[in-house]
Design a protein around this ligand. Structure first.
Ligand code: NAG
Ligand code: NAG
Ligand code: NAG
Length: 477
């Protein structure tokens, strides 16, 4: 099974973190460091640019200044003597980026209503790099200070909301809050997270329409909003961004899957357990060079499986189970030469299961149960003898065990149409999306490229000790 395969399957489980399913926690930390070091190559330039923005926000914010004063009082006297000068508040001595981070994190702390594990109890004082779940990193050339480069509060069960001031964390490369109890939606201010690479807000109580703001992040590669209460349609633009992984499963999304799907360079896409209707877009065939895994499980998709799926030659997992797809299994599936897992169970498929599909060279698991197939090639029931898992129960296959009753089968065949075309689905635009002005990027942000972590050489050692002076520790698995 490919690494990507484990990712898509992991995404179907509530509390698994698909970002980490590929690696141990320590390898994950190494990966973060590598990402962060990359971003910091030019971080100082960005620091200069953002100084003015951060300072002006800070000065104009009386509440934050109060918070700052209160925090100062909490610091040990010796620390104060060491770092402050007469007449100059300690806050003035932090670098602008950490000052802004302090304001953002104190605002977030104030928006937290429950924290059963006491994680944010450590969020006091100016040393934001010592806050639990906050990850700072120094630039390699030591010419500027630490910045907050990662937030990792996975499995903290924290309740509350995400305040607008989080937008001040404009160096973030990673934002992971899997398995908490945050409500509301993502604030629009996070469009300032121009370096963000991974956004994981999965398994929370977020609601409303698709968080469009995520699509304004130019460096985002990993978008995970699964297991929330988001509703409405998916925006076309979700698939025209350069996202490598898209997890929208286990929400209340509805409407059709956008035709733009085929424009996505993603390697993993999981639509499972929403209310999508209409057909599987034909454009999917354009993802042939990049798509490793796609899971449509548990929606209301109907119509035929597009024969063009045969062009997905890199695909290892194809799961369309628990829908209302009809017609025959396209014989072109036999051209999906990388296929390991094929699941078409619980649909209205009929006709014959072609021999060439059961002969796919890398097949590990083929589930065809709960359809209306009426014949199958001999090499299909022989699959288990070559170690491949095969399930053809509850079809209309003569001579096979555990089939549907002949009454059930004949009733189906009397009403059967030959691969009816999917009804055009009702359109549910993501509310407000069409009417909002297009997002424009600030022009003064230097551009750079991360390469997807899964494609990097995972064993390359660092040139220098990457441990920041802060107290970041890898989150427990
Ligand atoms: C600062 O502390 C005072 C008293 O200790 C409290 O009344 C006030 O609300 C605090 N301000 C902030 C912004 O936390
Ligand atoms: C094969 O796939 C089906 C459907 O996803 C799953 O229920 C079953 O456990 C799998 N079998 C093996 C041996 O992995
Ligand atoms: C990773 O890099 C090391 C050292 O350069 C090399 O020996 C190894 O083959 C590489 N591994 C992969 C998977 O590219």
């Amino acid at each position: 099974m490919s690494i990507a395969g484990e990712k898509a399957r992991a995404a179907l489980e509530l509390t698994s973190s698909a970002t980490r399913s590929e690696a141990s926690a320590s390898r994950d930390q190494e990966r973060k460091m590598r990402l962060v070091q990359k971003l910091l190559v030019w971080g100082c330039v960005y620091a200069v640019l953002s100084t003015f923005v951060a300072s002006s926000l800070l000065v104009s914010d009386q509440n934050s200044t109060d918070e700052a004063r209160n925090s100062t009082q909490l610091l040990p006297r010796r620390a104060l003597q060491q770092y402050s000068f007469p007449g100059i508040p300690l806050l003035a001595l932090l670098n602008p980026s950490l000052r802004a981070a302090f304001v953002a994190l104190q605002a977030w702390k104030a928006a937290i209503t429950s924290d059963p594990n006491g994680i944010t109890a450590s969020w006091f004082g100016f040393d934001v790099c010592k806050y639990k779940g906050v990850f700072c990193a120094p630039p390699p050339d030591k010419s500027c200070d630490l910045v907050v480069a990662g937030i990792d509060l996975n499995h903290a069960y924290i309740g509350g909301t995400l305040p607008e001031k989080l937008g001040l964390l404009n160096y973030l490369a990673l934002f992971h809050i899997n398995t908490n109890r945050f409500t509301g939606t993502l604030p629009n201010s996070i469009s300032s997270w121009q370096l963000l690479y991974e956004l994981d807000v999965s398994n929370n109580l977020f609601s409303g329409t698709f968080p469009i703001v995520a699509l304004s992040l130019p460096n985002l590669a990993y978008l995970d909003v699964r297991f929330n209460n988001f509703n409405g349609g998916l925006p076309d633009e979700l698939f025209t961004k350069t996202l490598d992984a898209i997890f929208v499963n286990d929400n209340q999304f509805m409407g059709n899957i956008p035709q733009t799907l085929g424009d996505s360079p993603a390697s993993v896409v999981v639509f499972a357990r929403n209310k999508f209707s209409g057909g599987i877009p034909d454009s999917i065939s354009k993802m042939g060079l990049t798509l490793n895994e796609i899971i449509f499980l548990g929606n209301n998709l109907e119509g035929c499986i597009p024969p063009k799926v045969g062009e997905l030659t890199q695909l290892t997992v194809f799961d369309v189970s628990f829908n209302m797809l009809s017609g025959e299994l396209p014989s072109s599936i036999a051209a999906m030469l990388s296929l390991e897992e094929l699941n078409v169970a619980y649909n209205l498929l009929s006709g014959a299961i072609p021999s060439d599909i059961c002969a796919l060279p890398h097949l590990e698991n083929f589930t065809a149960s709960f359809n209306f197939f009426s014949s199958e090639a001999d090499n299909c029931p022989a699959l288990p003898s070559r170690g491949v898992s095969f399930d053809d129960r509850q079809n209309c296959l003569p001579g096979r065990p555990q089939q549907r009753t002949s009454a059930e089968c004949s009733a189906f065949f009397q009403s059967e149409q030959v691969c009816p075309v999917a009804r055009p689905p009702p359109i549910y635009p993501p509310y407000g999306y069409m009417s909002s002005p297009p997002y424009t990027y600030p022009t003064n942000i230097p551009s750079h490229n991360y390469s997807p972590p899964s494609k990097e050489n995972e064993t390359t050692p660092y040139e220098e000790d990457p441990s920041p002076p802060g107290s970041y520790s890898a989150p427990s698995p």
